[in-house]
Design a protein. Structure first.
Lengths: 203, 235
């Protein structure tokens, strides 16, 4: 995929070229929105809004990291969604289990190749991390999602958030420390992950 | 442990320190177990975050032209057609309005002016005022349609005998009577053999109205065809 050529075509109004970019980046955009908002439907709506907004304003893209530019668009869409939620709070609908109880974490997108134990463990890990992410201040959450979940480097995150590099470093360090403290409350649930982590810590 | 050390440790994890800063930190780590503990905490948090599975997007977020409000590119002649059609439509309605309202304005002074006496005096004066025979003749020859209109109006007085009506009107000087008297007046004046052929004739010739209507309809049809053809080509 020649990203630069696609961007140039999209800037001239070529929707097909832009849709090729959408297909390439939609996973990252959706997961970023999902981790910031913590709700799949809202994340899907925010992602769609972000792509519409990105197409309409793509002429303002002046080079650099397209991913960072796109991430700024999606974080703006997420902030808009959060502001909307504040104005009109809603109760999220959780899927019910067979015995009528609400599940803590939706499972319908789980990998079908996983064993039931692996699925359970993945769900618990995801739930724990999402819970701790939700407890972070928004600007900390956004930085940690971009840097650690999307693998963006500091410069890209700084571009996406329009803040100095030093601020990104500071927010990321504090966010990681807070997450660690929060996740310690899930030690029992995450014992397998912690064991795995022992090997990394020794590196 | 201060904020600066925390940032350095986090940047060290991500390989964002310069080689000299890294070497300095590694020397400190050998002698400071608290730094090592915080570094382990940061690494543990980062590892867990990176273990978080990437969800598959529930649907494709590709955009349609409707979503972004894109319209098909129209031919260059389209704006010209639109302009001509708009002007023709406006002119059609203008001429239609003028032709509809002009006779009413022409009759307006007779309404509500007074009672039957005035109406009667108007009847008496009407032939003289509207009847220069030469003009009437020339107008009749120039506009045959007006003659037909005048002749169409001629039977009216026979349906309502002027003598009875004027007698009744003279006794009741009300607005209604005035209006009735006025209608009678016009009938009488027309029946008075030499009515002006310009009365009842369209202020703007009908041929112009037809022309504007045809241009407006044809323009609209052409525009619709152009638009449909552009949409088909766009798909």
């Amino acid at each position: 995929m020649n990203e630069q050529a696609l961007i140039t075509d999209a800037q001239q109004g070529n929707l097909d070229a832009f849709n090729t970019l959408v297909l390439h980046y939609q996973g990252g955009v959706f997961n970023t929105a999902l981790r910031i908002l913590g709700d799949e439907d809202q994340a899907a709506d925010a992602s769609q809004e972000a792509f519409i907004s990105a197409f309409k304003s793509i002429s303002s893209f002046r080079g650099g990291s397209f991913k960072a530019w796109l991430m700024r668009t999606v974080t703006n869409a997420c902030y808009d969604e959060l502001r909307r939620q504040k104005r009109r709070p809603t109760t999220p609908l959780e899927p019910d289990t067979d015995d009528g109880e609400e599940m803590d974490s939706p499972r319908w997108l789980a990998d079908p190749n996983m064993t039931p134990e692996q699925k359970n463990e993945a769900d618990e890990l995801e739930h724990a991390i999402q819970h701790c992410l939700n407890n972070l201040p928004l600007e900390f959450k956004t930085v940690v999602v971009m840097a650690d979940l999307q693998g963006m480097d500091y410069a890209e995150v700084a571009t996406a958030m329009r803040v100095p590099l030093g601020t990104i470093k500071s927010r990321l360090a504090r966010a990681r420390l807070r997450l660690r403290e929060c996740l310690q409350g899930f030690t029992e649930l995450l014992r397998a992950s912690y064991r795995l982590e022992g090997g990394h810590a020794a590196q | 442990m201060n904020q600066r050390d925390l940032e350095i440790l986090s940047s060290y994890l991500d390989g964002q320190l310069t080689p000299s800063d890294s070497a300095r930190l590694e020397a400190r780590l050998k002698s400071d177990p608290e730094l090592v503990s915080v570094l382990d905490d940061l690494r543990a948090a980062r590892t867990l975050l990176r273990k978080l599975p990437q969800r598959r997007a529930p649907r494709n977020f590709t955009l349609t032209r409707k979503m972004v409000g894109l319209n098909p590119p129209l031919p260059r002649a389209y704006p010209a057609f639109r302009f001509v059609t708009t002007i023709a439509t406006l002119l059609f309605f203008f001429t239609f309005g003028v032709n509809t309202l002009a006779p009413q304005f022409a009759q307006a002074p007779a309404f509500g002016i007074g009672g039957g006496n005035e109406a009667e005096s108007f009847v008496a004066q009407a032939p003289a005022a509207t009847e220069p025979p030469a003009i009437a003749e020339s107008a009749a020859t120039e506009a045959p349609a007006t003659e037909a209109t005048a002749s169409d109006l001629l039977p009216l007085p026979t349906a309502m005998p002027p003598s009875e009506d004027s007698a009744r009107v003279l006794g009741t000087p009300t607005t209604k009577a005035g209006a009735a008297g006025n209608a009678d007046d016009s009938n009488q004046s027309l029946a008075g053999s030499d009515a002006s052929p310009q009365e009842g004739a369209p202020f703007i010739p009908s041929v112009w109205q037809i022309l504007f209507a045809v241009i407006a309809i044809a323009g609209a049809v052409f525009m619709a065809l152009m638009r449909r053809s552009s949409i088909n080509r766009w798909k």
